[in-house]
Design a protein around this ligand. Sequence first.
Ligand code: ADP
Length: 499
Amino acid sequence: MNESLKILYLAAEAAPYVKVGGLGDVSSSLPRALIELNDTNHNEFKIDIRLVIPFHGGIKQRGYPLEEYFQFSMDVEKQDIPITVYKTVLGKLPVFLISAPMIDVDGPVYTSEPEGDGYKFTLFSLAALEFVRQIEWKPDILHVNDWHTSPAAYAVYINKYKDLFFENIAIVLGVHNLPFLGVGAGTVLKKFDLIPAYNTDLPRWAQDAPLALGLLSADKIVTVSPSYAQEILTPEYSSGLYYFLLSRADDILGILNGLDIDCWNPETDQNLYKNYNLMKLSNREENKADLQRELNLPINADIPILAVVSRMDQQKGIDLVFPALNQLSQSSSERYQTWQMVILGTGNPSLEVMARQLEAKYPEKIRALIRFDTELSHRIYAGADMLLIPSRYEPCGLTQMIAMHYGCIPIARATGGLRDTIVDYDQSRERGNGFLFEKALAKDFSDTLQRAFNNYSSKNDWRTLQINGMKADFSWQQSARQYLHLYQSLINKNSRLIK
Ligand code: ADP
């Protein structure tokens, strides 16, 4: 294996350094899974993938061991911007962190200020390209993700015939959340000599939106689930880019995200009260009791615990949880009124207020924890019985996979990756691992909760659901292979020898 396939993987966040949502999970798991394919020795070449992320202020504070690796400067509007690149490794994966004024500032990874974020991520994207040029490491594949790193794709796209370094670099764009196009960030692109894309099928308003430019530039567009790849080609889900996306339909595909099994493994998870697996599922009950204790709820194995672990956002359909629970509570059947619930999430202030109000209305059974708490999230997956995911749209979703892997049953809307990973138990007893509803309506959600409660009352059915979920293979290996085939097809298309 002397030849190598060089992949430059850019993302705004990567766990464990910085994680806001699923993108942070994927951008650390997928590159590592690709590198691990080298060990299987079935490839005719060595995968040389390098992850580059911004050195956000929060990373600095956490004090990871980092080596100062390289320095250079960039000219932006006739000003020299000093760039420092730090290096570390995540398993076998080389990770580079790009530091510059405006990047390593304290504060959140994403703000609601498009120009500030636009500047930060465009500077990062172009600095990452300049970095690999300076160290003379020319990638075969540039893999960018979402709007934040799309400026790198666009820079390669518009300069590939002028700049030898960019020639023959194939571009892959990962779409984790289409509606976040980066609109408003476009005004700063000009500062970096990235002019709007006139004369294209893009609607006028999108001609300087970073993600739209990424979609224009990419050789292949990969959504994080097959269903989402189909959905973004419909008027409802195409975020105003319907005709443009249709024109790119042949280059759009979906590859389901995997789960980082090292991080999410009930057998070894250090955050749990008691570890368990399929063979020792009874140990799970101790985690349930522990969770009830931690949340100061009545300790009772027979009361189902419902959970929400989510960003508080319209996308996630959190607003449907409240009327659905009210409907459930108004039911005449005792069965539908006997439950406990924990909500763990932050985000939209009005949804946070609704969660607190719900807790105030049902203080004996609901806990609303308005914060980001990774450790507690592990204990919730291990102790709760049902995870509620009523998303309006869900590009892939990791929480349902984590939940199933931990024996917690997802109750979800049939959209995107939720549709691809969850099989409704009432449709198939052999394969069913959760419950799905079609329309984003509180009534449908509450009816589906009732179906779940009916099955919860049968220990055998519930055990079957748990076993079906825990047996599923959500590991990254399979998805990593699909990405590898995709990279190979692009290289072959460019008919280049890999050096
Ligand atoms: P998205 O990326 O759209 O936010 P995903 O389901 O793909 O949704 O990934 C969400 C990830 O963030 C999961 O790992 C979930 O456990 C985690 N998460 C979400 N909210 C919280 C929270 N409040 N505290 C801890 N972890 C959270």
